[in-house]
Design a protein around this ligand. Sequence first.
Ligand code: GTP
Ligand code: MG
Length: 196
Amino acid sequence: MIKKASFLVSNTDHTKCPTPNKPEFAFIGRSNVGKSSLINMLTNNKSLAKTSGRPGKTQLINHFVIDERWYMVDLPGYGFAKVSKSIKGDWDKMIKGYLTSRENLEVTFVLIDSRLEPQKNDLEFILWCAENGVTIVLIFTKADKQSKTKTLANVYAFIKATQEIYEEAPLYFVTSAEDKQGRDEVLEFVGAVTED
Ligand code: GTP
Ligand code: MG
């Protein structure tokens, strides 16, 4: 369980992010997949990260400090159809710069909507992570929205698709910000990585 979570700072430039003196875990994925909601669920704080029903809410690299021990980072999503080419270019520069340069970044959680069949932009992003040495763990979100059977079918289809990218399928969790499914598992994983 997390005892204390506080917002620290927002940035567009990874070089201005907090001193990299604590292990860091970032949350990325399509706009609206539930990154900010997951951060609130994990920290048990409904208003820590800003969420919205409309995609494109998170626009910056947002650092939160957890129990004075590790950083949690909320990132803006990709794949939001309405943004212009130049904004897409800005996103690429900001996020890909951050993911490849942040020296204390232990794991990037890539969030996938558990309601959907494998999506091209998720697989493309994961391929980019593989090619750039970005360590990922998958989190399938919104599991409360459909039956367990349907969730598992989508999870397995996605894992199967990633096996064409990674020889070994990436580790994954299934979560719901609504009913807190997966919270203990994700936090246990973070605990195990930070205790190394
Ligand atoms: P951007 O910041 O725009 O990239 O989006 P985001 O990925 O941070 O998504 P956000 O957390 O703002 O959630 C988007 C919408 O999905 C909101 O309406 C949330 O209430 C809803 N949502 C997120 N997670 C869940 C979940 O686990 N279950 C359900 N039912 N709804 C969820
Ligand atoms: Mg967000």
